[in-house]
Design a protein around this ligand. Structure first.
Ligand code: PYC
Length: 321
């Protein structure tokens, strides 16, 4: 029998499950190497922690580990029902609130090692976290694709720690009651991008699709619907997705550095985002490279010891995908 200790939280409605003890042994190498090791040798642990009957498609997991970069306080590897994430904004906010719950950190600035670089996150109080994300940038503006049954859809491709296709002009109301329709539509967009061979820079898979509409009056600048890699929609406004959005706004000269963008999710939770110019240049970027700061809130929802018994036919979860 194997046991794995986890702490569950939600950030703006989107759940995160952090493995805080008894995770797989991945060594002390750089986080990107450890992620490959996780994928190649311990994928069953990912599946057991995330998938039913212990988890669900909506859950994002995080393996808390020792950092490789010694200037960092912690390392994190994110995963979901279909595989692994480079970075996760709502998950990092959940991580800090989890570390606070465990009394491992106090309010202040903490450096977190990830497979795509170091991020700095500030615990503002027991629930509120500001995340300084990885450099974010727009790769292509106004890329069109034919989506069967829906016609031509046009969007920008941008990096915010994951690859996003961001669509403003889609003719749909972003209502939670239509989550099934929005999920089907965005899955079709993603399949059409794949068929057309449209990717992020260096062939990076575009695994997140983001639709934007007007924010609820007086509440937010914009509302979004975000399709995640495993087919679930993000209940939060998506930290990496909001970073990609800020990169597009900056590239279009529509939103000045230092101002606060209020991004509302499909369930009505809000992240505040702002940006500063980054010092690095990226030759592929169609616009400035920015450093986004994303602020949101999270709450711990449970602590558990997951039990994986050898005789359990679903010891490693139900794999629907
Ligand atoms: O907040 O970056 C995010 C995220 C990615 C996938 C789900 N949430």
């Amino acid at each position: 029998m194997q046991t794995i200790s986890v702490v569950d939280s939600h950030t703006g409605g989107e759940p995160t499950r952090i493995i805080v003890a008894d995770g797989p042994p991945l060594g002390n190498g750089p986080l990107a190497e450890r992620l490959s090791h996780f994928r190649e040798h311990f994928d069953e642990i990912r599946a057991a922690v995330i998938n039913e009957p212990r988890g669900s498609d909506v859950l994002v997991g995080g393996l808390l580990c020792e950092p490789h970069d010694r200037s960092c306080h912690a390392g994190i590897l994110f995963f979901n029902n279909t595989g692994y994430l480079n970075m996760c904004g709502h998950g990092t906010i959940g991580l800090l609130v989890t570390l606070r719950w465990l009394q491992k950190i106090t309010p202040g600035v903490w450096r977190i090692d990830t497979p795509v670089g170091v991020v700095e996150a500030t615990l503002l109080d027991d629930h509120r976290v500001s995340l300084r994300n990885v450099p974010s940038w727009r790769y292509r503006k106004a890329v069109s694709v034919d989506v069967p049954g829906h016609g031509k859809v046009t969007g920008d491709i941008a990096w915010g720690g994951n690859w996003f296709y961001l669509v403003n002009d889609h003719g749909r109301d972003l209502r939670l009651s239509d989550w099934k329709g929005l999920t089907e539509f965005t899955l079709e967009i993603r399949a059409a991008l794949e068929r057309a061979g449209i990717t992020g820079a260096g062939g990076g898979e575009i695994d997140h699709i983001e639709l934007f509409g007007p924010g609820t009056a007086g509440h937010a600048d914009s509302r979004n619907f975000v399709l995640c890699p495993g087919g679930a929609y993000d209940r939060s406004p998506c930290g990496t997705g909001t970073s990609a959005k800020l990169a597009c706004l900056a590239a279009d000269g529509k939103f000045p550095a230092g101002s606060v963008w209020r991004q509302e999710s499909i369930v009505g939770s809000v992240f505040e985002g702002s940006w500063q110019p980054a010092s690095e240049t990226i030759p592929d970027a169609a616009g400035p490279v920015i450093i986004p700061t994303i602020t949101g809130t999270a709450w711990v929802t449970g602590e558990a010891r997951l039990i994986l018994q050898d005789s359990d036919p679903f010891r490693t979860g139900i794999r629907a995908i």
